[in-house]
Design a binder for this molecule. Structure first.
Ligand code: UD1
Ligand code: UDP
Length: 387
């Protein structure tokens, strides 16, 4: 008998992650897993949402809650209300949630209160920094979930430290959850889409970019965009790196960042940035364009969780513009260095990475089949009556 799942997406990285499970369902589990996709509307600009559906062959959402942007509480509350209605109507076997956004938290609260088992993909990751909204979201979601899939060994061990018991036996529930270390669905996606990106993306030509002649950077974390001292330090460092390396800096700007550059950079830095010939400031790009940029860049400088991992998948050195990372394996290999938002740390990180002749990229994100594994686990555990 087929099982029914409801998948919640909302923010850009969740739309991309969902492509891996939808692909596994259509290739291997069609007729066994029916997926209903719910878009919360957390991200809504075409280049933050619509662009990904066709390009990544993601089924169109059956529901869109259109919540849009708002304060954390209001945005999450609107989502909870909408998701609860859908769950009561659809009565799925599982609610599938990705990552750590407000859409994730809303799904976890709505489902667990009405006893719909939650599947959390990207479970166990921790920054150990509760001033990040994402840390709250991921901890809360993990502790409401019945099946927890961790992409890394560190994530799995974090769950055990928080009291999750790896010896639990089926039937699983929020009180008797199953934790699994299974690899990363984004690694599945990078393997799958990197060939297509090489064939289809025209982004290098569009911006006159040559392999290894540019550095790719993304910045969108609220503590970087909303705090002028941090934003100024990051852009001052990027300008120094551009002069030292004689390379272009390509910056696909998240709308949050685009809106805040003028008000939060000093006037002098903002003017310099606008006139700087080596800075290519562009709107958000499609996923195929993004991975083409990652494949061809000489280095990645980012505060994004997804982009720091993709830098690793494509064997690029990376500077992380955060005080810590939940992907700590990447830093342990030496392929990435924490630069936070300190001009000195970022420049030091750049110099260190330039001096290293060879960096190593051991396989820490699975075998590219995490999505298929997760689907087979959902199937096995729904028939074992998780509820
Ligand atoms: C959210 C997630 C973050 C994730 C990021 C991925 C939370 C708490 N944060 O952050 O974990 O890394 O998505 O990109 O869930 N905006 C637009 N158009 C859009 C979307 C957003 O203009 O389509 C602007 C709005 O001004 C909005 C701001 O960006 O207020 C922030 O959007 P929001 O979804 O609240 O947070 P993100 O910074 O995108
Ligand atoms: N991404 C994209 N276009 C862009 C910037 C990012 O397709 O202009 C992709 C990127 O390749 C990665 C995901 O979006 O897969 C990361 O999303 P984001 O940085 O917004 O969020 P985070 O991963 O930090 O939560």
């Amino acid at each position: 008998m087929a099982i029914n799942i409801v998948t919640i997406i909302g923010a850009r990285p969740q739309i991309i992650k969902a492509a891996a499970i939808s692909r596994a369902i259509s290739r291997v589990f069609s007729g066994q897993i029916n997926e209903i996709i719910v878009h919360t509307g957390q991200h809504y600009d075409d280049n933050m949402s619509a662009v990904f559906f066709e390009e990544l062959s993601i089924p169109r959402p059956q529901y869109n809650l259109n919540v849009g942007s708002a304060s954390h509480g209001l945005q999450t509350a609107r989502m909870i209300e909408g998701i609860e209605d859908i769950l009561l109507k659809e009565k799925p076997d599982f609610l599938v949630l990705y990552g750590d956004t407000n859409s994730t938290l809303a799904g976890a609260i709505a489902a667990s209160k009405i006893h719909v088992p939650v599947v959390h993909i990207e479970a166990g990751l921790r920054s150990f920094n509760k001033s990040m909204p994402e840390e709250i979201n991921r901890v809360m979601c993990d502790h409401c979930s019945s099946l927890l899939f961790s992409p890394t060994l560190t994530g799995y061990q974090n769950l055990i430290r928080e009291g999750f018991n790896p010896a639990n036996k089926a039937p699983f529930s929020a009180d008797n959850p199953k934790i699994v270390h299974c690899g990363d669905v984004m690694y599945d996606n990078s393997l799958h889409f990197s060939v297509l990106a090489e064939k289809r993306s025209n982004i290098l030509n569009t911006h006159g970019l040559e392999e290894n002649e540019f550095i790719l950077s993304t910045i969108h974390r609220d503590n970087n965009t909303d705090q002028p001292d941090r934003l100024n330090a990051i852009f001052s460092a990027l300008m120094r790196i551009s002069s030292m390396s004689r390379k272009k800096i390509v910056l696909p700007l998240h709308p949050r960042t685009a809106k805040l550059l003028e008000s939060n950079l000093s006037q002098a830095l903002y003017e310099k940035l606008k006139q700087h010939k080596e800075f290519i400031l562009i709107p958000p790009v499609s996923f195929l364009d993004m991975i083409r940029l990652e494949q061809q860049a000489s280095m990645v400088i980012t505060d994004s969780g997804g982009v720091q991992k993709e830098a690793y998948f494509f064997r690029k050195p990376c500077i992380i513009l955060r005080p810590e990372t939940e992907w700590k394996e990447i830093v342990e290999t030496g392929a990435a260095i924490i630069g936070d938002a300190s001009e000195t740390l970022i420049i030091n990180a750049y110099e260190q990475l330039m001096q290293k002749r060879t960096l190593s990229y051991p396989p820490i994100f699975g075998d590219g089949k995490a999505a298929e594994f997760i689907c087979s686990e959902m199937l096995a555990n729904a028939t074992a009556k998780t509820r």
